[in-house]
Design a protein around this ligand. Structure first.
Ligand SMILES: NC(=O)c1ccc[n+]([C@@H]2O[C@H](COP(=O)([O-])OP(=O)(O)OC[C@H]3O[C@@H](n4cnc5c(N)ncnc54)[C@H](OP(=O)(O)O)[C@@H]3O)[C@@H](O)[C@H]2O)c1
Length: 293
């Protein structure tokens, strides 16, 4: 039985599909019920069985309630996928302070709440797999996303530390998955105080490809699973840290924002957005102004 947070769109929803194809029983969590209920119907068509539960991962009581209802429904939790996250594009000295803090509350504390509950249940069961969906940004800093990048660096540390705590339980596994830029509504959902529309950097992976890596990590647990090109970043960071930092910084400055004005917006940080309720964000077909970084 699998719990996935952030299953109403993007990578979480694609992961729900992938698990459903294996006949899995699922609990799908997010704040938006309508897309979650659509995902439940999609999973049924694919051969799985899913239940939608509304949850705000930044609220520890809501995450407790999610775990309790998952246990009430299916009796156990075998795999917990921490995936729900938000993004914010703003300089650290600009954008509302509460927006920067909300990124940490959702992305880092949300994973901490989920990990804590999952591990408590896994210890009672004597087994379980925790999958923390992290990011290639967990290795190299980048400008205008400092809270987001900090949350992903921290998730890497959180996962490594929890893994050491469960060394006494060989049937409990803690895995991190590192995607690079992925075609999801993430960029439409992001809070944005840069004055220009945000877009992903190339190469842009299909969310279904990321889902495949997540399900593989859950089925054959590994410490860290990179999605394709994402594995290059830690290698370059180890070999040429100054060069890769400068390269990524220049790339973000040149390519992350379109020459199109965007009003200052908190995106989906505090309240979910109606738009972006599908797996894709339309980025692989979109003209992002360039093809290769
Ligand atoms: N797309 C990329 O380029 C990329 C690259 C590397 C890593 N990632 C990671 O992949 C994961 C999934 O992101 P995505 O790309 O699929 O973006 P997405 O489509 O925006 O999905 C984010 C999910 O998180 C949920 N969420 C946000 N705040 C929440 C909250 N407070 N409580 C519960 N659910 C919440 C959203 O649903 P509701 O709004 O309905 O709550 C949505 O289901 C994230 O961890 C992200 O950091 C993405």
């Amino acid at each position: 039985m699998v719990v996935i947070t952030g299953a109403s769109s993007g990578i979480g929803r694609a992961t729900a599909h992938r698990f459903a194809e294996t006949g899995a029983r699922l609990v799908l969590a997010a704040r938006r019920m309508k897309p979650l209920e659509a995902a439940v119907r999609e999973c049924a068509k694919l051969g799985g069985q899913a239940t939608a539960i509304q949850a705000d991962v930044a609220d520890p009581d809501s995450v407790e309630n999610l775990a309790r209802r998952a246990i009430e429904t299916y009796g156990r939790i075998d795999i917990w996928v921490n995936n729900a996250a938000v993004a914010l594009y703003a300089r650290i000295d600009e954008g509302p302070l509460e927006a920067h803090c909300r990124v940490i509350e959702t992305n880092l504390l949300g994973y901490l709440y989920g990990s804590r509950i999952a591990l408590r249940i896994f210890r009672q069961q004597g087994c379980g797999v925790l999958v923390n969906v992290c990011s290639a940004t967990a290795y190299v800093g980048q400008p205008y996303s400092s809270a987001y990048v900090a949350s992903k660096f921290a998730i890497r540390g959180l996962s490594e530390s929890i893994r050491q705590e469960v060394r006494d339980c060989p049937q409990i596994h803690v895995c991190t998955v590192m995607p690079g830029a992925t075609d999801t509504p993430f960029f439409q959902h992001a809070g944005n105080y840069m004055g220009r529309v945000a877009q992903p950097l190339h190469p842009i992976a299909d969310a279904r490809r990321v889902a495949k890596v997540i399900v593989a990590a859950a089925e054959r647990p590994q410490r860290t699973s990179f999605v394709d090109i994402a594995r290059v970043l830690p290698l370059l960071k180890a070999i040429a840290p100054g060069w890769i930092e400068a390269y990524v910084g220049n790339l973000v400055r040149k390519r992350q924002f379109r020459d199109e004005p965007a009003p200052a917006s908190p995106g989906n940080l505090f309240e979910p957005m109606a738009e972006g309720d599908d797996i894709s964000g339309g980025w692989r077909e979109a003209n992002t102004g360039y093809r290769r970084p």
